[in-house]
Design a protein around this ligand. Structure first.
Ligand SMILES: Cc1ncc(COP(=O)(O)O)c(C=O)c1O
Length: 378
């Protein structure tokens, strides 16, 4: 079954008794036991809830893994996964990654003895050089936030397999519709479900898919023990979002391609980062490993003074954090999503005072371009 079809099927198969096409929201904390020592398969909603399970099983199928897990947010998913490691372990990590992930690693987890090295994960040689005897995993973003660098998942997977390292891929920007990390050799894929999977800027969620059943058992143990699970209402909203993932993303990336080319020709734009542009360093790799280029664009304006003007003067495009929803959003990474990265490091990475990030929605592209054009004029 093709992935667009699979996405629409999530939740359907759990309803054999009533025939309901939409999975019910099992708004219950607990479940009655049929007898002493007996269970319906559900005991307590932290351990398992049928609505959440429909989402988890659907995600596992969508991403080609043994099991899926749903968490309250993307950060909760990442935190739970990091419980796979112990004091003294070292991870090699994408350097221009989501600022919240960087904050979690640097400001929360280091105190428990985990160490992290940050490298350009679009350069397998840089990754290889960063590996130490105590390295246990490579944590990469398939398409980095915010600079849209592309990680070669198959090459990185070979590198990891040869050294017994786990390959964890944050595939938030692409989703299984555009790239399936586990097919390319990754062990774990993870998502801020808040973004494209839910797709409507109305709910938070985090999703993880694990390839190997034994590893999945450990991830389940931590999910249940830590308890940052997704509630049934939000699981249902995420399922509903996933059903339209393919049509939304088709439209979003078509719009993004047109906007990226328009920005490229704009005199007040110095540089456009979009992997769909032929001169993007990851363009050919994306053509090989993904089904599209996604709908995130970062662009550098010629004068940092234009940043505030663009943020304030766009009217259809909202100045707001987050991404991936049907509504276009514009973000200023240095001050918003990546504020927790040290200023010198941000500057070195290219997350500068003139860099803006655009999450392209499903609006009519002519309106989006007109909105940007008017904002540039001031
Ligand atoms: C690539 C990436 N990973 C993880 C997260 C964290 O997800 P959440 O905001 O759902 O906790 C984000 C949020 O922006 C993100 O962009």
């Amino acid at each position: 079954m093709k992935i667009a079809t699979q996405a629409t099927q999530i939740g359907l198969e759990t309803n054999s008794r009533t025939g309901a096409v939409s999975v019910p929201i099992y708004q219950t904390a607990t479940f009655r036991h049929p007898g002493l020592g007996q269970s319906t398969g559900y005991d307590y909603s932290r351990s398992g809830n049928p609505t959440r399970q429909a989402l988890e099983e659907g995600m596992a199928r969508l991403d080609g893994g043994a099991r899926g897990f749903a968490y309250s947010t993307g950060m909760a998913a990442i935190t739970s996964l990091l419980f796979l490691f112990k004091s003294g372990d070292h991870l090699v990590v994408t350097e221009d990654l989501y600022g919240g992930t960087y904050r979690l690693f640097e400001q929360c987890l280091q105190q428990y003895g985990l160490t992290f090295s940050y490298v350009d994960s679009s350069d397998p040689e840089a990754v290889r050089k960063a590996i130490r005897p105590e390295t246990r995993a490579l944590f990469v973003e398939s398409l980095t936030n915010p600079l849209l660098k592309v990680a070669d998942i198959a090459t990185l997977s070979e590198l990891c397999k040869a050294r017994g390292l786990l390959l964890i891929v944050d595939n938030t920007f692409l989703t299984p519709y555009l790239l399936r990390p586990l097919d390319l050799g990754a062990d774990i894929s993870l998502y801020s479900g808040t973004k494209y999977l839910s797709g409507h800027n109305d709910t938070l969620s985090g999703l993880v898919v694990v390839k190997d059943p034994a590893l999945a058992e450990k991830v389940y143990f931590h999910q249940n023990s830590i308890g940052a699970v997704l509630g049934p209402q939000d699981a249902w909203l995420t399922i509903r979002g996933i059903k339209t993932l393919s049509v939304r993303l088709d439209r979003q990336q078509e719009n993004a391609g047109k906007i990226a080319r328009w920005l490229e020709s704009h005199p007040q734009v110095e540089k456009v980062h979009y992997p769909g542009l032929a001169d993007h360093p990851g363009h050919q790799l994306m053509k090989r490993q993904a089904r599209g280029f996604g709908a995130m664009i970062a662009f550098q304006v010629t004068d940092p003074a234009l940043v505030e003007q663009l943020l304030m003067k766009t009217t259809i495009i909202s100045f707001a954090e987050s991404l991936g929803g049907v509504e276009s959003l514009i973000t200023f990474p240095a001050v918003q999503t990546h504020a927790d990265i040290e200023p010198e490091k941000r500057e070195r990475l290219g997350i500068t005072a003139g860099l803006l990030r655009l999450s392209v929605g499903i609006e009519d592209v002519d309106d989006l371009i007109a909105d940007l054009a008017a904002a540039f004029t001031g």
